[in-house]
Design a protein. Structure first.
Length: 183
């Protein structure tokens, strides 16, 4: 059986941390820039967020703008007891301190990486530690071995998984509609 070579995640991406602008500056939270927190991570493609910050907040805080296509991962939250929230930024966004943004290099497709991270969820959740807040240690995330396959193959795999996910969502909607009609 042929094994696929792997590469540690930390050598494939640049990891950007999030941050929270000063709460004592209410004007920081009156902007239009999405400020993604774990509560927003219920969808695959992040196009907006519940909270927004201003350009001034980005300039004066650790909350830095990440580009469209950044893979977003929750690394500190109680939800890590059972789920690893992963999404892709569908537009430039900022992140709070409970999140990491994975900026993909030339050799890794963001959709492929996001799907891979979800497939590695059980393994990553075994690394969760915490005394005050559950967290995935950054060194564990960086050490995660990612299959090294050609970019064209990554895109083909991501396309197939996107289609399968769309079918799953439609099936779920059909079941919910059926239950609604029967009740």
């Amino acid at each position: 059986m042929r094994t696929v070579p792997t590469t540690p995640l930390g050598s494939l991406v640049s990891i950007v941390g999030g941050g929270t602008p000063s709460k004592s500056r209410p004007e920081f939270f009156e902007g239009t820039i999405p400020w993604v927190t774990p509560k927003d991570m219920k969808v695959w493609m992040i196009l907006d967020s519940e909270d927004h910050i201003s350009e001034e907040a980005v300039a004066a805080s650790p909350a830095k703008l990440v580009p469209k296509g950044t893979v977003l991962v929750v690394v500190r939250s109680g939800v890590l007891k059972h789920t690893l929230p992963v999404a892709i930024a569908g537009r430039p966004v900022t992140l709070n301190q409970d999140m990491k943004g994975l900026l993909c290099g030339d050799g890794i497709d963001p959709r492929f990486l996001a799907f891979f991270l979800k497939s590695a969820e059980p393994r990553l959740l075994t690394t969760v530690r915490g005394t005050t807040a559950d967290n995935i240690p950054l060194d564990e995330l960086k050490a995660l071995e990612v299959p090294r396959v050609p970019l064209t193959e990554q895109r083909r795999i991501a396309d197939i998984l996107d289609k399968a996910d769309a079918i799953r969502r439609k099936r779920k909607e059909a079941i919910a509609l059926t239950e609604e009609l029967l009740s």
